[in-house]
Design a protein around this ligand. Structure first.
Ligand code: XMP
Ligand code: MG
Length: 183
């Protein structure tokens, strides 16, 4: 059966928010070097667009996480599949996420990186889905708010599909699939 996709945010609306986030980061970090951490895979397009709006010096690095649970609902058990290449100690670090949903993923990553004693640690997310939040974690830079629904496109997937779409969509009637969910 074909999935039913409903447009949520267009590429122009996304681009406008990416520019705004970039200018907020440029203002806050003027003249300082940032270690920008891309949380694979979902944020790869957002990360690529955001990094090109930055005027401060940037070093990029990548992590890969996976949570166990069903396809559309996070379980809270988060495993690090690929760690950072660089040390975060004494650096200004910004985590770049596609979406904060329950918050489990970000909470796990945030505390793991905090243990390594960065000079500062902030979070930038394209989408913020507060209704599902289960833990007390807030992003410092937020692109777009989201009420409900499972989102695909612009890097985000459902069973590895739809990452290539340039706009963001809500996947209607996404059936839960019990399996490990790579992020
Ligand atoms: P949690 O619940 O831990 O989830 O905050 C964050 C991670 O889960 C993925 N996620 C989604 N992926 N559409 C997606 O394609 C969604 O609506 C969605 N909600 C959560 C996402 O990878 C994020 O990093
Ligand atoms: Mg995903």
């Amino acid at each position: 059966m074909l999935d039913s996709l409903k447009i949520l945010y267009t590429r122009d609306q996304i681009a406008e928010q990416v520019r705004r986030l970039g200018s907020e980061i440029n203002r806050d970090y003027a003249g300082r070097e940032i270690l920008l951490v891309c949380v694979l895979k979902g944020s790869f397009l957002f990360f690529a667009d955001l990094v090109r709006t930055l005027t401060c010096p940037v070093v990029v690095d990548f992590v890969r996480l996976a949570s166990y649970g069903c396809e559309t609902i996070s379980s809270g058990v988060v495993e690090m599949r690929k760690d950072l290449e660089f040390s975060v100690t004494d650096r200004d670090v910004v985590i770049v996420e596609d979406i904060v949903d329950t918050g489990y993923t970000l909470q796990t990553l945030y505390h793991r990186l905090l243990d390594r004693k960065p000079r500062s640690l902030k979070i930038c997310t394209l989408l913020d889905k507060r209704v599902d939040r289960r833990v007390d974690i807030e992003a410092d830079y937020i692109g777009l708010a989201l009420d409900d629904g499972f989102v695909v496109g612009y890097g985000l997937d459902y069973q590895e599909k739809y990452r290539e779409l340039p706009d963001l969509y809500v996947l209607e009637d996404a059936p839960p699939v019990d399996e490990e969910r790579p992020i």
